[in-house]
Design a protein around this ligand. Structure first.
Ligand code: HEC
Length: 178
């Protein structure tokens, strides 16, 4: 026998015991537990859709910074170049001039904040910042033209060292933003 409690129907109220299940609306033939499941699935789907929409609104486009930069293992400064000390190291105020050069010559590829438009390196990453001043100076001087990093050997040494000073400030601002 069919229990009366299973036969509640929004449209028709409780079925009389003589009624046959399946003759009423479709909802009447769906047990209450299953109806709850449908409602639950609906709510979860709606919540997911809303979350995805909000994420899409607030996430910058994938090309905005180079999160997947992989260093070219073949592009390494020789030890004597890495060992060079920045002659401007005791003049951190010159980083401001380095910033000007960076915005003029580098930002179109590395972005003004150094985070890099692919394929250009994200210069705020530890794998870049862990290198010595001399190694960064060497890379800026030589370039890696096969990988689209130009050589800046034509710029005066002092300007390249100034840019290195500026690159060090990117590390600090990246940390502050974490
Ligand atoms: C035309 C685009 C472009 C410009 C302009 C450019 N870069 Fe790059 N840079 C790149 C690319 C691409 C790479 C990654 C090369 C690779 O994959 O080996 C790179 C790599 C670097 C690296 C090495 C990162 C590492 O992994 O050690 C440094 C440092 C750097 N650039 C600094 C600069 C500076 C400073 C300037 C301006 C004086 C500059 N770049 C201008 C495209 C550019």
């Amino acid at each position: 026998m069919i229990e009366m409690s299973e036969l509640k129907c929004a449209g028709r109220g409780t079925l009389a015991s003589g009624d046959r299940v399946g003759t009423g609306c479709l909802a009447c033939s769906v047990p209450a537990k299953q109806k709850n499941l449908f409602a639950w699935v609906g709510t979860v789907t709606a919540t997911l859709a809303l979350t995805l929409a909000l994420c899409a609104m607030f996430t910058p486009p994938a090309h905005a910074q180079n999160l997947t930069y992989i260093q070219d293992p073949k592009w390494q400064a020789p030890p004597e170049a890495s060992a060079k000390v920045n002659p401007l190291a005791n003049k951190p105020q010159l980083a401001a001039g380095g910033k000007k050069i960076f915005l003029r010559d580098c930002a179109q590829c590395h972005r003004p904040d150094g985070t890099g438009l692919p394929p250009a390196a994200n210069l705020t990453l530890p794998l870049v910042q862990q290198q010595s001043d001399g190694a960064l100076f060497w890379k800026i001087t030589q370039g890696n033209t096969g990988k689209k990093m130009p050589s800046f050997s034509g710029a005066p040494d002092a300007q390249r060292w100034q840019v290195v000073l500026f690159l060090r400030t990117l590390e600090r601002s990246a940390r502050a933003g974490q």
